[in-house]
Write a protein that binds this ligand. Structure first.
Ligand code: ADP
Length: 497
């Protein structure tokens, strides 16, 4: 028996899932680690916590499956993206804690780069926008603020990595310093067209090339782990950012296929194939993966508040006791009773990009009840997803055929039914909604020869349920028009007068 071990290094926990040759998960283990908030808007992780939690999760996973590392054909890594680490090339000593993707401390640096007129170049080369989210300005911050670091970096004594790179470096005992294009394309430094670090951007951001990892295909050989990890050396043959891994785990291999992860927010990725297109309207272009035959691209958009609106119903309004209760409550209403809920608690993301928008409940009448609010909240998640998907499809010039759902809130049948109704395309939920780990395992197993043909992987996909659109066109379009009116009213609300 050949097993594949997926390491899913997330923002709040490290997980390991062991898959057998059939693609079934046979064991898993998960360890949370500390979140460090030095100041408001700042989020850090200790590099050692990332490594140790991931290592222990992997050991515990094999232990509980009673499987020896000798029987593990390959390791695949999926990771929280953009989170930035710098460490000493010789000793491994971190130069600082990891600066997490959520960290906003580099907003002034982004402003500085924008004033220097760099936004168009960044968009054109990297597919990204100038936002603290991405790694580049986090590297700049570290080089500016850690005494002596820049000099060491220029001498080649310092290494940069996102979490994939750091884990790989640790797993191989410091022998391999590499990343993959799905992670590289989140750094602000990677040229999507040339498939290499961009010299002009490196100059503009004053980042020495010497610190950057080699970019290797997403599925392929990344080196072998040291035997002291797991007791036996294992090849690492797949690495991808978590959202791209999920897109692969969902088997969205063809242009026009999209997945939506329904969690705190929503992460939507649309496969656009091998032809790069830089979208407008705040949508991002990114590398989905490179299986060795060149990059496949995706357009990405996110909704800030999705499942978090359900938490709000639970924690602030108290109309449900658990998030899952929302389904039963909303099902008591045949429709939202004319109520629209725009959960713009933190402004609106793609395609509106309005930091001043605020949450709005409209259409209330004397007859409005909690079940209507619950339903309007679920619909609000679906309308926002339609906003993003519609903008994406228009940018890509593609018609969406089906939407594949995963994430914690995708367990909610009514939510997915409403999504199909509001979108007008079928929504599919796979049997295994752990699509991130699954994607990492598939990538690694594919490269390791366990599943050499993509057809082998496609054949593994098991659909739990398909939700077909039931609303007629009139209802779909008139409700979407009303939603758009509600969004208009929510916009600009908090703008300084
Ligand atoms: P994340 O990875 O962003 O932390 P998860 O994928 O774990 O999120 O999903 C948790 C989110 O999904 C929470 O915001 C929660 O309110 C929401 N959620 C969980 N179960 C349901 C449900 N049955 N219906 C609607 N929302 C749900």
């Amino acid at each position: 028996m050949h097993y594949i071990l997926a390491l899913d290094q997330g923002t709040t926990s490290s997980r390991a899932i062991l898959f057998d040759e059939s693609g079934a998960a046979v064991a898993s283990s998960q360890l949370e680690f500390a979140q460090i908030y030095p100041e408001p808007g700042q989020v850090e992780h200790r590099p050692e916590d990332i490594w140790q939690s991931q290592r222990e999760a992997a050991e515990a996973c094999l232990e509980s499956a009673q499987v020896s590392a000798r029987d593990v054909a390959a390791i695949g890594i999926a990771n929280q993206r953009e989170t930035t680490l710098l460490w000493d090339a010789h000793t491994g000593e971190p130069a600082h804690n990891a600066i997490v993707w959520q960290d906003r401390r580099t907003a002034p640096i982004c402003e500085e780069l924008r004033s220097a007129g760099l936004a168009p170049l960044v968009a054109e080369r990297t597919g990204l926008v100038l936002d603290p989210y991405f790694s580049g300005t986090k590297i700049m911050w570290l080089l500016r603020n850690q005494p002596g670091l820049r000099e060491r970096a220029e001498r080649g004594d310092v290494l940069f990595g996102t979490v994939d790179t750091y884990l790989l470096w640790r797993l191989t005992g410091g022998r391999v310093h590499a990343t993959d294009p799905s992670n590289a394309s989140r750094t602000l430094l990677y040229n999507l067209r040339t498939g290499d670090w961009d010299s002009e951007l490196l100059d503009a951001l004053s980042i020495p090339r010497a610190i950057l990892p080699e970019v290797l295909p997403t599925a392929g050989s990344f080196g072998e782990t040291n035997a002291e990890f797991l007791g036996h050396s294992v090849p690492v043959t797949g690495m991808a950012g978590d959202q791209q891994a999920a897109l692969f785990g969902q088997m969205c291999l063809d242009p026009g296929q999209a997945k939506n992860t329904y969690g705190t927010g929503c992460f939507v990725l649309l496969n656009i194939g091998s032809q790069l297109k830089i979208p407008k309207g705040g949508l991002l272009a990114t590398v989905a993966w490179d299986l060795g035959g060149g990059p496949i691209y995706a357009i990405e958009g996110s909704v800030f508040v999705a499942g978090a609106a359900i938490q709000w119903l639970r924690d602030e309004l108290g109309i449900i006791k658990s998030a899952s209760e929302v389904e039963e409550l909303a099902a008591r209403a045949p429709n939202a009773g004319g109520v629209y809920f725009v959960p713009a608690f933190v402004g609106l993301g793609a395609p509106y990009w309005d930091p001043y928008a605020r949450g709005l409940l409209i259409g209330l009448t004397r007859g409005t009840g909690r079940h209507h609010l619950a339903r309007a909240a679920l619909e609000g998640i679906c309308f926002q997803s339609r906003d993003v998907l519609q903008a994406m499809a228009a940018e890509a010039g593609l018609d969406l055929q089906v939407l594949r759902a995963d994430g914690g809130a995708s367990q909610n049948n009514l939510l997915l039914q409403l999504q199909a109704d509001i979108l007008g395309v079928p929504v599919e939920r796979p049997a295994n909604t752990e699509t991130t780990a699954l994607g990492a395992a598939y990538l690694a197993g594919h490269a390791a020869g366990v599943w050499p043909r993509l057809e082998d992987l496609r054949a593994k996909r098991r659909v739990d349920q398909v939700f077909e659109p039931e609303w007629d066109e009139d209802r779909r379009e008139s409700s979407y028009r009303d939603w758009s009116r509600a969004v208009k009213l929510a916009r600009g609300w908090a703008s300084p007068q």
